[in-house]
Design a protein around this ligand. Structure first.
Ligand code: PLP
Length: 473
């Protein structure tokens, strides 16, 4: 094992390496040029029998691993949604790693639980949720949505049992509703919750990629008439493909009328609720039973860090709670044991990075960065709109623009357009100078340009646009 004296020297050197990496990121390719299996082939097939000097491990990291990495903080990383970090977040992860604490219960590290409680309260205020909401960190939005569906299932089966007694079926009459644009984690959650994917009603979306509330109402009524039980509605604010916004204010009364759990998935866009001028997109969230957003997407506290808020933690604890004898502690009735607020028992100390990041930026500082990202998305949108050979394919309420190349003279439904855009995107990404991803919108291949890197600038945006135009056929 490395002696602590050596650890100190190496840690100093690693800090320098990290700062150099971040400072020179722009000079690297955004995404690697590797073929499947190429990295694996360079790694030894068996572990070393005896320890090796760290120098060799680090040299192999630089030689083998680094060339196979995608650089998510690169100024020209425009793919997926951002997976942001920031210097304060990196420092917090280093300190968390040094502490090495497993923060499953209050008593396994009281400060971790209480910092998390304080940070969830800060985040609640920042995104404008009412004081009736209580928050807890989860690893990802996928886990939070699964937990919400499990809570909904527990509540619905308990209600059904209370109403109909032992004759009430288990989960086999429960139905979940979400837009056809909802994230794949909803279908996965429905499956994992044992409800059966056939019990997910995928409600069509309108031209703005928001759930059709009239069709939701019709589906709820039809299911109830058929003897089924509406269990949960998942509304999305900021859909993955195009950042469509479901009308939560219109959906909430339906959830109340049919007794369905209302979960709001704002994994990406939730961070934008810190901007007063964008709060209108979040109208109605105060009526939700649960709400999730990812500070690891657009609030610079790196992966993994997902903020999950519930109106009544009692459901969460009734669903996820487990207190075996070996975990019991004398103060249990006075504290929150977050092991009972999610699926895993073990928990990382994730709140530290939130604390340091929010203090480093300040709420106003965070707002300034988000506003700049949204402004740059506006620049992208205008460049696309002003070019006769391109067209936008969706509204851009946040930091994402969906568009495609449509050379003048080609009809909107020309079947060649999908291939043309697929090729264009592949050519742009192959340069290594930028990375964008794609989706399909109403059956059309669309290029997604997502702004979120802390290092992005208008110059990088304009250079990437020039690159894209130069590679057009
Ligand atoms: N929900 C939405 C709307 C998303 O866009 C995403 C990922 O992009 C997720 C959920 C999944 O997030 P996570 O990786 O935290 O599970």
């Amino acid at each position: 094992m490395m002696p602590l004296t050596e650890f100190r020297a190496r840690a100093h050197r690693l800090a320098d390496w990290m700062a150099d990496y971040l400072e020179t990121l722009h000079a690297r390719r955004v995404s690697p040029e590797v073929r499947p299996g190429e990295i694996r082939r360079q790694l030894p097939v068996a572990p070393p029998g005896e320890g090796e000097p760290f120098e060799r491990s680090f040299a192999d990291f630089e030689r083998i691993v680094l060339p196979g990495m995608t650089h998510w903080d690169h100024p020209a990383f425009f793919a997926y949604f951002p997976g942001d970090h920031s210097p304060a977040s990196i420092l917090a992860e280093m300190a968390t790693a040094a502490l090495g604490a497993q923060c499953m219960s209050w008593n396994t590290s009281p400060a971790a639980t209480e910092t998390e409680q304080a940070m969830m309260e800060w985040l609640r205020q920042m995104v404008g949720l009412p004081g009736t909401f209580t928050g807890v960190l989860q690893d990802t939005a996928s886990s939070a949505t699964l937990v919400a569906l499990l809570e909904a299932r527990e509540r619905a089966t308990r209600f059904a049992y209370a109403r109909e007694g032992a004759a009430a079926a288990g989960a086999d009459r429960l139905v979940v509703y979400a837009s056809e644009e909802a994230h794949s984690s909803v279908a996965k959650g429905v499956r994992l919750a044992g409800l059966g994917e056939g019990r997910l009603r995928r409600i069509p979306a309108d031209d703005r990629f928001a759930m059709r509330v009239d069709l939701l109402a019709r589906a709820l009524e039809a299911d109830r008439a058929a003897g089924l039980i509406p269990c949960a509605i998942v509304a999305t604010i900021g859909t993955t493909s195009s950042t469509g916004v479901d009308d939560v204010a219109a959906i909430a009364p339906l959830a109340a009328r049919y007794g369905a759990w209302l979960h709001v998935d704002a994994a990406y866009a939730g961070s934008a609720a810190i901007l007063p001028e964008l709060r209108a997109h979040f109208r109605g969230v105060e009526h939700a039973d649960s709400f999730v957003f990812n500070p690891h997407k657009w609030l610079f506290a790196q992966f993994d860090c997902s903020a999950y808020f519930v109106r009544d933690p009692g459901h969460l604890i009734a669903t996820c709670g487990a207190s075996p004898e070996y975990l019991k502690w004398s103060a249990d009735d006075q504290v929150a044991n977050f092991r009972d607020w999610g699926i895993p028992l073990g928990r990382r100390f994730r709140a530290l990075k939130l604390w340091w990041v929010i203090r480093d930026f300040g709420v106003e500082g965070l707002r300034r960065v988000l506003r700049e990202h949204i402004r740059l998305a506006g620049v992208v949108r205008r460049l696309v709109e002003e070019d006769p050979d391109f067209e936008v394919l969706a509204p851009s309420p946040f930091g994402l623009v969906c568009f495609r190349s449509r050379p003048a003279g080609m009809a909107a439904d020309d079947p060649a357009l999908d291939g043309l855009n697929r090729d264009l995107l592949a050519r742009v990404n192959a340069t290594g100078k930028a990375l964008l991803t794609h989706t399909t919108l109403k059956g059309r291949y669309a290029i997604r340009w997502s702004i979120g890197s802390l290092q992005v600038s208008e110059q990088v945006v304009r250079d990437t646009w020039a690159l894209m135009r130069s590679l057009r056929r």
